[in-house]
Design a protein around this ligand. Structure first.
Ligand code: TMP
Length: 254
């Protein structure tokens, strides 16, 4: 029973044509994948929580002047966003060594970095999202120099703001991945923050215990995955009124 035209199905979200031209509905699934789709699973209620968490973070970032694709949340699992042309880069910002940085360079997980590091990965599943440099990005015209300048600026501001926001609720923002898109508005084009920001795309560690509160619990089979997402939502003050039992929500698509 499809109410509208499906545009794209990704690993964690489905995109539908929005009600107005230039808008898109983002539907958040409970599906989880890791290691370029090699590991698959379900995190019950994840879609509902990520919809709420990403809404809150995008709205807050909008308030400090970061342009985003977010328009409004529609229901438990869907949000209305502006249609953008996704820049084919995953921009990763790191504050603490973890994940592939630790693996690749042999730096112990948890080592504080003396300065934040920005990395770029080409969005290409069949190549396994390879890391690329600014040289590759401009050589192959994935983004212009000016766009990349804006992306770096925004990524660092987003990092500062989100690090402070999470610190305030006892969470260390270890690293995160963001994506940007080109929003065409008449003759005007703006680079805006797109996709989502959630425990799927961030590493979040409890400030006191260093306990992982993000998708690494799924990637590394650490257990208590659902509970970790719920705890992040609870600390952000957005767990649904009726508590975790309410988070499966009504299915907007079957
Ligand atoms: P990494 O250490 O595996 O390179 O991941 C860095 C950050 O990017 C981490 O917060 C998880 C996030 N991430 C995604 O959101 N999607 C991905 O496909 C990958 C590989 C990482």
């Amino acid at each position: 029973m499809n109410r509208r035209k499906q545009i794209y199905e990704g690993k964690a979200k489905v995109l539908f044509q929005g009600p107005e031209p230039g808008t898109i509905v983002q539907y958040f699934k409970d599906d989880a994948t890791a290691f370029n789709n090699k590991k698959k699973g379900t995190i019950t209620g994840k879609g509902v929580l990520n919809n709420r968490i990403s809404e809150l973070l995008m709205v807050r970032l909008g308030e400090i002047g970061i342009p985003t694709h977010f328009i409004k949340r529609l229901n438990m699992r869907e949000q209305l966003v502006r249609e953008v042309e996704i820049i084919p880069l995953e921009v990763v910002v790191r504050n603490v060594a973890a994940g592939t940085l630790s693996q690749r360079l042999g730096i112990e997980e948890g080592t504080m970095l003396p300065r934040s590091i920005l990395e770029y990965y080409l969005k290409n599943d069949s190549l396994g999202d390879p890391m690329v440099s600014e040289e590759h990005i401009s050589c192959f015209s994935w983004a212009t120099h000016q766009e990349l300048d804006e992306i770096v600026n925004m990524a660092l501001r987003i990092n500062d703001f989100l690090s402070g926001l999470f610190l305030g609720i006892g969470i260390r923002l270890v690293d995160f991945k963001i994506e940007f898109g080109r929003w065409y508005n008449g003759d005007d084009m703006r680079v805006v923050l797109a996709d989502e920001i959630s425990p799927d795309s961030c590493r979040l560690w409890d400030l006191k215990t260093n306990e992982k509160m993000d998708k690494d619990r799924f990637r590394r089979d650490l257990g208590k995955v659902e509970e970790a997402y719920q705890e992040v939502a609870r600390r952000l003050g957005i767990l649904p009124e009726s508590g975790p039992s309410d988070i499966q929500g009504t299915k907007a698509i079957q």
